[in-house]
Write a protein that binds this ligand. Structure first.
Ligand code: SF4
Length: 574
């Protein structure tokens, strides 16, 4: 059995290809990487493309664009067609974000009248905030991971497993992985393209969070909170306290780590940082496949991590990789079923990342020796159809393909819209995917009086889980709540014999904190009705207390429901 604990891991400070830069405050945590990958020229080009337009120099161009956008038929893909046509006519190509920014600058100077319909046409990716919150992804510094997984790429400019030309990663690289800058710029960019960013879900991406030094972790999270608050303070606790009433409130904090790093102490530390959701790379529950791919952990590690995290109230997202070395389409089907048939597992969310064959990995050597073969597109689509049909209504399939740029994949499936095709096949066959993501209400309006509350109960080997959903007449999800009724002792005395609210989610476009609803699911009292239903159910099950794993920015909300702040949780008597 391979154990990462015995691996010879070189720490970043010992590596030749990374050097510390000590020029400014906190630079001890910011690396200036050298090596192959995205060139300075490419970075400069990316920056130039994203710089603000000079509204004097581009005055006529901007006005021409505004006219054209207003005249265009507003349908999916209209902006791409428009820019291609304008480019053929000799006009420069301007992205929606830059046009929006330039237009608002002209409004500020009184050169044009503000037109809301025009701005709506320029809102980029409206789906981004349709879960009711604004996701802000930040990357940790390049750092080695204790894992030795044979499929995992190494780009010295990036945290382990990420490539510098992946979407989002380039931004982090240019900002030197500075957490404050990453958060501040992202919020600014999302607001510029018309999103409401008052409720921020902070997603910290990077190899294995738990492997970073504890003081780096604390500094990183504090700087993220400071960016949301717009103020620097002395401690993490102070930054968190300020965020309770800040303009940009943190409604969720996500990290990614390995199951074999989850201990009671680690769980306690995560809670202190304000983490509410943990993503874990599992990749396979078949110990033989894990061994062949040098995962360095077993299904028993995953079970233990699930018990600890769910017992502590976290939402848990697992990553699974079909088509690993040694797997077949048949063994992958059996492996996927383990996630639902094993009473300890049953994740709240999943990401399916079909193995991408990348140059420079150990898996590539196996491929060259004829020991590994990527699935064909048909085989992979068949497998994904099976997985989507087997996923229960209580789980959200966040992804079924990873966003690896196609040129990096040596051989294998590169079709990025495979999910859409598979979903369409399932709908045509009358067996649509029932996962949470496929049933979310998205931008549709909701009549609160028409909502029906449905309950699904399922047992794990350490709790009874209750999934209370708010369902529209056409079977869409307007919101849901996850209630955990533990059957084993809790990991911390603070929540001993407490029922636990692990998640409250209300869908629809994100509304500002003080904004009233005009049909959107948010702010129609759905969250309150879900919380009240959970209090009744916990009472009926014989619990005298209930706790909630509250994000820092939602503490005020739970206070209004009678919860009081303890050490790591908010709790109330029933
Ligand atoms: S644990 Fe994750 S980041 Fe680390 S080597 Fe394995 S796949 Fe890569």
């Amino acid at each position: 059995m391979v154990s990462w604990r015995n691996c010879d891991v070189k720490m970043a400070s010992e590596r030749d290809d990374l050097r510390l830069n000590t020029r400014r405050k906190d630079r001890r945590y910011i690396f200036e990487p050298k090596g192959r990958g995205t060139s300075k020229a490419q970075q400069a080009e990316w920056q130039a493309r994203n710089e603000a337009l000079d509204i004097d120099d581009y005055h006529d161009v901007i006005l021409h664009y505004v006219e054209q956008v207003k005249a265009a038929e507003f349908k999916s893909g209209y902006y791409g067609q428009l820019t291609r046509r304008l480019s053929r006519e000799g006009w420069p190509i301007i992205s929606k974000a830059r046009l929006r920014q330039a237009y608002l600058a002209m409004v500020d100077r009184g050169r044009v009248e503000r037109d809301e319909e025009f701005l709506r046409r320029l809102t980029l990716k409206p789906t981004r905030t349709l879960s009711g919150i604004a996701p802000v992804t930040v990357f940790t510094k390049p750092f080695p991971c204790p894992g030795k997984c044979i499929f995992c790429p190494t780009d010295v400019k990036m945290p382990k497993s990420y490539l510098s030309n992946e979407p989002g990663a380039m931004r982090a690289l240019i900002l030197e992985f500075d957490p404050y800058e990453q958060v501040a710029r992202r919020i600014e960019a999302m607001e510029k393209i018309g999103h409401t960013v008052n409720k921020v879900e902070l997603i910290i991406a990077g190899g294995t969070w738990s492997a970073y030094e504890p003081d780096y972790q604390e500094w990183f999270v504090q700087r993220c909170f400071e960016a949301m608050n717009g103020a620097e303070v002395a401690t993490l606790e102070e930054a968190q306290r300020q965020n309770e009433t800040a303009r940009y409130r943190n409604t969720g904090l996500v990290i990614e780590t390995r199951p074999d790093h989850i201990t009671v102490e680690e769980v306690r530390r995560l809670r202190r940082l304000g983490v509410t959701r943990v993503q874990m790379g599992v990749q396979s529950l078949d110990d033989q496949i894990s061994f062949l791919n040098k995962r360095g952990e077993t299904a028993a590690d995953v079970r233990q991590a699930m018990r600890l995290l769910r017992g502590a109230g976290f939402k848990i997202a697992l990553h699974w990789m079909p088509n690993l070395l040694g797997a077949t389409a048949e063994s992958d089907r059996a492996d996927f079923l383990r996630f639902w048939n094993d009473p300890a597992i049953q994740p709240d969310e999943m990401k399916i990342y079909p193995t991408g064959l990348l140059n420079g990995t150990e898996l590539y050597d196996h491929y060259e020796r004829g020991e590994y073969e990527p699935y064909s597109e048909d085989d992979l689509a068949d497998l994904l159809r099976f997985c989507m049909q087997q996923t229960p209504e209580t789980c959200r399939l966040n992804r079924v393909m990873r966003d690896i740029p196609a040129p990096d994949i040596v051989e294998g499936v590169t079709r990025s819209n495979l999910r859409e095709l598979v979903e369409r096949d399932l709908r045509d066959a009358g067996t649509p995917c029932r996962c949470i993501r496929c049933r979310e209400i998205r931008g549709e309006t909701v009549d609160a009086d028409q909502i029906e509350f449905k309950t699904i109960r399922y047992a794990t080997d350490h709790s009874e889980e209750v999934f209370i959903s708010a369902v529209t007449p056409d079977d869409k999800l307007a919101g849901f709540l996850r209630l955990s009724l533990p059957t084993l002792p809790a990991p911390f005395t603070e929540i001993a014999e407490h029922a636990m609210i692990r998640q409250v989610q209300v869908y629809g476009p994100a509304l500002a904190l003080s904004e009233a609803s005009s049909g959107q699911a948010q702010h129609q009292g759905l969250g309150t009705r879900l919380v009240e239903a959970s209090l009744d159910m916990a009472r009926e099950a014989g619990f005298a207390h209930i706790s909630v794993i509250s994000a820092v920015g939602t503490r005020a909300y739970y206070r209004r429901h009678g919860f009081e702040r303890g050490d790591l949780y908010m709790s109330r008597a029933l």
